[in-house]
Design a protein around this ligand. Structure first.
Ligand code: C5P
Length: 400
């Protein structure tokens, strides 16, 4: 599994004949599992069209500093924040000079100024321009600022000269970019996560559900992706936006979640059940809206839903299975009982009697029990908690 898998690479293309190789570079980066967005300088567009790079990257190409449409969707600050890596290939002598000086006179140089992500450049220029004292001084200065310089290679040049200044080949640039990241702790693993509530229909307009926001499950999905896993998110109805890189299945009822979970769990390494699945569903789902009756009471007969996590843990070749236990009393006893009864590898227990954590809150504090371990995670954001949980799971499962 490539260390670039799931990474967001912003490919900057500046003006030079090597810009035609950027098309191939997009493909090589995508082969690693990275998502690629492209920013082009005005000069680059004389060598290759934004349309070509848009078609290859599958994303709109960004060219203008002050583009009202881009500003609303992905302006320079959003692009700078989006990137896990800014890779400029080809980097012309002019672009290198502007990067060295910290200029912000086009979109690409501004993104480089605004980003906290690592920056790498693949220089491409005539050999005399590369050897020029000013270019060499700029390169030394960029080196000192920890900007990675990939190449250039030496050889025959488009202008007929022979010498250093040729851009590295796309696969060499992609390999060099891989060395900037270490593979995540869950690289090569597939993680299935259930999240959110389920809705159990009474009739076409009414249902039984619960207060789950889905925040914990979505945070776990983000953390799994950060750790390099392939993430499958099976989610009940929530107001949240699923992580871009998760394969998301939206379901409504417990029965739908059960079906999707078993289908996906059979080819997964890890199953994390964070959904608040309704324990019961109405025995009848009326075809028409139920009418008021003269009676002061009405009853709905409920039947039990299948226990999804227990069904996954009962699979012959079960994934490493993690459940949640939301309790208002006897946290440890109830959680440990669920761990055994449902045949889980780990259970994440939280006290939902506290209003400051748990359902709908942004924070949580949990105790994690395994057959032979107890870990307390003090109150922190669900995002931080998700990372700690993923770290713990990564330590527990055998690596490839
Ligand atoms: O038994 P209880 O509902 O408290 O167990 C909670 C754990 O079991 C959670 O991980 C939840 O996602 C899972 N669960 C399930 N299917 C159900 C009920 C609970 O997967 N029908």
């Amino acid at each position: 599994m490539s260390s670039l898998c799931n990474k967001q690479v912003l490919l900057g293309v500046s003006g030079g004949i090597a810009a035609y190789k950027s098309a191939e570079l997009i493909r090589r980066l995508q082969d690693t599992g990275a998502t690629v967005r492209v920013v082009m300088t005005p000069a680059a567009q004389h060598f290759i069209t934004p349309l070509t790079l848009q078609a290859l990257s599958g994303n709109p190409v960004h060219t203008e500093m002050l583009d009202p449409e881009a500003e609303a969707a992905m302006g320079h600050i959003e692009l700078a924040r989006w990137a896990d890596l800014v890779l400029v290939a080809p980097a012309s002598a002019d672009f290198i000079a502007r990067l060295t000086q910290g200029q912000g006179n086009d979109l690409l140089s501004t993104v480089c100024l605004a980003t906290a992500a690592p920056i790498a450049i693949a220089p491409a220029m005539n050999q005399a321009m590369w050897s020029a004292a000013s270019t060499q001084a700029n390169i030394s200065s960029l080196n000192e600022r920890n900007i990675s310089i990939f190449g250039p290679a030496s050889g025959s040049q488009a202008c007929g000269d022979v010498g250093p200044g040729r851009m590295l080949e796309p696969e060499e640039i992609a390999s060099a970019a891989e060395t900037l990241f270490s593979p995540g702790t869950l690289a090569g693993k597939t993680v299935v996560i259930t999240a959110g509530p389920t809705r159990e229909a009474i009739d076409p307009v009414r249902y039984i559900s619960n207060q789950s926001s889905g925040k914990m499950g979505y945070a776990i999905a983000e953390a799994a992706i950060e750790a390099g896993a392939r993430c499958i998110l099976i989610t009940g109805p929530t107001c949240l936006t699923p992580p871009e890189k998760a394969q998301t299945f939206k379901v409504t009822s417990a029965l739908e979640m059960h079906e999707a979970s078993l289908r996906e769990a059979v080819h997964s390494d890890i199953f994390i059940a964070s959904a608040a699945v309704a324990d019961f569903r109405p025995a009848q789902n009326a075809d028409q809206k139920l009418k008021k009756t003269a009676s002061d009471t009405m009853s709905i007969e409920l039947v039990k839903n299948p226990d999804i996590v227990a069904a996954v843990a009962a699979l012959e070749d079960k994934p490493y299975t993690v459940g949640f236990a939301a309790e208002t009393q006897n946290l440890e006893n109830y959680a440990k009982d669920k761990l055994r009864r449902k045949n889980l590898d780990l259970i994440v227990a939280n006290d939902v009697s506290r209003s400051d954590i748990g359902f709908n809150s942004d924070n949580n504090a949990v105790t994690i029990f395994g057959p032979e371990r107890t870990n307390v995670i003090a109150e922190c954001s669900k995002r931080q908690l998700a990372r700690q949980l993923i770290d713990l799971i990564a330590q527990e499962i055998p690596s490839e």
